[in-house]
Design a protein around this ligand. Structure first.
Ligand SMILES: [Fe+2]
Length: 518
């Protein structure tokens, strides 16, 4: 799961891209059915006055990520003949697939947004493709993608949530000598320059796909929601046109007036795999797809959380249908001999070290965790808390008012996700705050290697050397430094300042699935 996907180089030379960009030479390169139509499309002059450009080009996997991909973009006015030309990395575009239009009108501004989704199927596993998205009178926009492997194969994915936009909200500054009592917003985005860095960070790692754990751009807090989405897509299309960014809906995707429960914008921009129990109101809010031997399940937590974090309080909107679907989905994944890993992508968290931010939500511990335990979910990725942390593996809950999760192990280098409810230890009744050091990684350190944070007061792991995300202390430092120098022999960084983190190694039980540990 953590191995890099190096079997294909999707880097395109400028020469190839130019060749694919519809120059005269392109027409001669086209083969297959519809080549004349494709050539005409690419050679037709665009008319920027008559038609808006393709904007926010991005991808989504279909339910079978090895053979299905959806190409999406959007505009602020309806366009004619939206379509995708798909082909090979050498520039030959072989097939035309029509895109379907969907739209919403933002309740605050009255601005209509039109999204176009072209569903590609019948693709070969682990195959790389060049594609162009266009509509009449618009220049084509190009991207590449790679389908997922089928069966057990290494691949890489990335994950985070709560990105925002790189454009920071600011007000109009009038010329010298002019005074405006209440200057209007140039934009009122919530974001930071880091919103750009993270996009480029993903693209630099070139994962097969990215799991986006909700709260995409905070459009629901903006006066101009459509502009916020626009800026978000301008930024993220740089990566999401080359690899799917598969989302889960967070509380900031809840925009008052945009659909009965506020998710119409999110549902318009994304075309996600269909799932049971959904209506037009809940379409796309929960779904699953398979990559190799990993089943990914994305769920929408506003259905169960108690915290009121969106524009409107919508807890219980699926009337239990999402939970019914989730249990069926988890049971099916566990019964499937071809599935080794079950990964859940969601927004709000079941546990957290934070007590002055959003915090963990009891609703998740009540509704989801028993299912995760019963069906042995291996990994859960979340957002909502605006910092990085990872817990020890947890299985089971204490019988207290907060349903405090119980850590199943405290090792940090290898995690056996088949660990069940622990039969010893952690029997004292504790609340969430006092169990913090047992659930999170600082528990593995002696007391004199923990320091209290000057800002938040929490005790944190302190060590000059960190490896695989954990602090290394005492005599163990020497061996860690030897390993470190093997990895980076030419590094000029002094060892005690170098933090290298290759992530946890998640290991499944050999006998359970009959496969070797990853
Ligand atoms: Fe959130």
């Amino acid at each position: 799961m953590i191995a890099s996907d190096t079997s294909c180089d999707l880097e395109l030379s400028r020469r190839k891209l130019l060749a694919a960009a519809g120059m005269t030479v392109m027409a001669a390169a086209l083969i297959g059915t519809g080549e004349a139509e494709t050539a005409r499309a690419l050679n037709r002059r665009s008319d920027p006055v008559r038609s808006p450009p393709v904007h926010g080009l991005h991808l989504q996997f279909g339910a079978d990520a090895s053979s299905e991909m959806v190409v999406s973009w959007h505009t602020l006015q309806s366009v004619r003949r939206p379509r995708v030309l798909v082909g090979r990395l050498d520039g030959k575009l072989e097939r035309t697939v029509d895109a379907q239009e969907t739209s919403y009108t933002d309740a605050k501004s009255g601005q209509a947004v039109y999204a176009y989704h072209a569903s590609l199927d019948g693709l070969q596993p682990s195959s790389s493709h060049l594609y162009a998205a266009l509509h009449d009178d618009a220049e084509p926009e190009f991207g590449t993608f790679r389908t997922a492997p089928r069966g057990r194969a290494p691949f890489a994915f990335t994950s985070f949530g709560d990105q925002g936009t790189p454009t920071i909200g600011k007000r109009y500054v009038p010329p010298a000598g002019v005074t405006i009592p209440k200057p209007p917003y140039v934009n009122d985005n919530l974001g930071s320059p880091a919103g750009s860095d993270t996009t480029l960070g993903v693209e630099r790692l070139r994962p097969l796909f990215h799991l986006f754990n909700g709260d995409l751009c905070y459009a629901n807090l903006a006066e101009d929601r459509v502009r916020t989405w626009w800026d978000f897509w301008t930024n993220n299309s740089r990566s999401a046109r080359n690899r799917p960014w598969m989302p889960s809906a967070g509380n900031h995707e809840n925009e008052l007036g945009n659909g009965p429960i506020g998710y119409r914008a999110y549902q318009t921009y994304f075309a996600l795999p269909t799932a049971g129990g959904q209506t037009d109101v809940t379409r796309g809010l929960w779904y699953a797809f398979t990559v190799g031997s990993m089943r990914v399940i994305s769920i929408a937590n506003d259905d169960v959380v108690y915290q009121d974090g969106g524009n409107s309080y919508v807890r219980g909107y699926s009337a239990g249908r999402q939970k019914v679907w989730l249990e069926r989905e988890l049971a099916a994944a566990r019964d499937d001999r071809d599935v080794d890993w079950v990964v859940v992508c969601m927004h709000q968290v079941a546990i957290s070290t934070v007590d002055m931010f959003n915090g963990a939500d009891l609703g998740i511990r009540q509704e989801w965790l028993p299912l995760f335990d019963t069906y042995g979910v291996d990994l859960v990725v979340c957002g909502h808390e605006h910092h990085y942390e990872r817990s020890h593996p947890i299985r089971g809950r204490q019988a207290n008012a907060t349903l405090t999760p119980i850590p199943a192990a405290t090792t940090t280098d290898v995690i056996d996700t088949t660990q069940r409810y622990p039969t010893h230890g952690h029997r004292r009744r504790r609340d969430v705050a006092s169990v913090e050091s047992a659930v999170f990684q600082s528990a593995g350190l002696p007391r004199h290697h923990r320091r209290r944070c000057a800002r938040c007061g929490h005790r944190q792991a302190f060590a000059r050397v960190r490896e695989r995300g954990r602090a290394v202390v005492g005599r163990a430092q020497r061996r860690a430094l030897v390993r470190l120098r093997r990895i980076q022999p030419r590094s000029r960084i002094t060892p005690w300042r170098l933090h290298h983190d290759h992530g946890h190694v998640l290991r499944r039980h050999r006998q359970r699935r009959g496969v070797s540990p990853v």
